[in-house]
Design a protein around this ligand. Sequence first.
Ligand code: TXE
Length: 480
Amino acid sequence: MQKIQNFINGKLVAPVSGSYIDNYNPAEGKVYSLIPDSDEQDVKNAVDAAKSAFPIWSKMPVDERSKILQKIADLIDENLDRLAMAESVDNGKPVALAKAVDIPRSSSNMRFFATAILHFSSEAHKMDNVAINYTNREPIGVAGCISPWNLPLYLFTWKIAPALAAGNCVVAKPSEITPMTAYLFSELCINAGLPKGVLNIIHGLGAKAGQAIIEHQDIPLISFTGGTATGKHIAATAAPMFKKLSLELGGKNPNIIFADCDFDQALKTSVLSSFSNQGQICLCGSRILVERSIYTKFVDAFVAKVKALKIGDPLDGLTKIGAIVSEDHMKKILSYIELAKKEGGQIITGGKQVQMEERCTNGYFIEPTVITGLGHDCRINQEEIFGPVVTIMPFDKQEEAIEYANGTAYGLSTTVWTENLKRAHNIANELKSGIVWINCWMVRDLRTPFGGMKQSGVGREGGNEALRFFTETKNVCIKL
Ligand code: TXE
């Protein structure tokens, strides 16, 4: 049985305790590798290594840092098939999706920040002939980066790339549910010549290894992506320690479809925004709001397309709906489907666990599920399910659609389908979400601010937002 290793001080090492946790292959429903059950001693060793490496890395000429990070991006590209396979086996997502999205975006993340740092500038402010001010943005020290299981390498690199590019060293912890690609990434870092201690990867449980990172006094900033409840817990630990925090949390994203939309585009993209990655993307549009005059037409056409989605072995190139990431998460999603029935919803397609055959007989599979007949205030339309489950509701007026869209504790993303440009601008202005897509979904420019309002998070990632998060700002004022 393969034993994944921690990456500390440039070496792949066993956990100090010598104990390991089972790592499941969700398509087969069985243990296929072991991951370190790391604790605070492993975290201490990682922080010590990062602190020793910081003077070298933070003072290294930025184009040298950039070259090493670009080399890592090149190695990700060269290992596309191996990394995509590993991601699919570990997470349950279709290998075609990992190959088309997860892994290419991981190398883009590295390459984007490796080059962005070369153009990262700051400001000067001249006070007539009295004084000149200039703003320094300096690397901070050891950054703690904690990432979730839904887009494992994609979100792992989305955090560590700007942290490293800005000159920090990193102690990172991927999710214990999907550790494999971060482990393979360690090997690429060694091959790329990343100096020892610059990046350290600790595997293990959130409440143990993760908590030890949050609590460590020599980690002054934390970048976290995960559930809202966990984000709240992390903030409660980190805030009294005056740590700088970036929290990318959950969502309950509305997908608003007006009668004047490009119907075929809205229909096609809504299937993707509902069920891509088995609906396990915080940006998925899980609440579909349709203008009443096209409601029946949309529901009928949408259900027909959903029924045609191939649920299958994630390693089959034709599979569109793969396995749910874990048995626990599958049970959570199924419990929400039962709740939907209790709340008076109609399951108009899907709603059940899929009994697969052959290799996947014991895997975790759920039919893509569409629910109608629910009000906007019920739990199903208020709580994040994070699976292949969407609701569809009609609306009559634009104001109603906006009220429903803004009517949850979350505010991550909204998608709007309309060919009326004036309406598009007006509704974008009214929506309480950090990201608004008009006539598209998941179109991503890495320079743009990424993140949510309300309980979807604190702060923004992406472009200069990320580089400013991972640097300390100092104003120097010199008398003329
Ligand atoms: O989160 P968890 P999950 C959200 C998504 C969903 C969730 C899915 O909407 O709600 O994340 O990820 C570690 N101290 N987003 O269920 O449990 C844990 O080990 C320190 C939003 O995995 O919060 C894992 O590595 N760490 C996002 C990580 O936190 C702790 C995009 C996340 O775990 C910890 C993607 C602790 N006490 C998913 N407890 C966005 N908005 O961009 C757990 N962890």
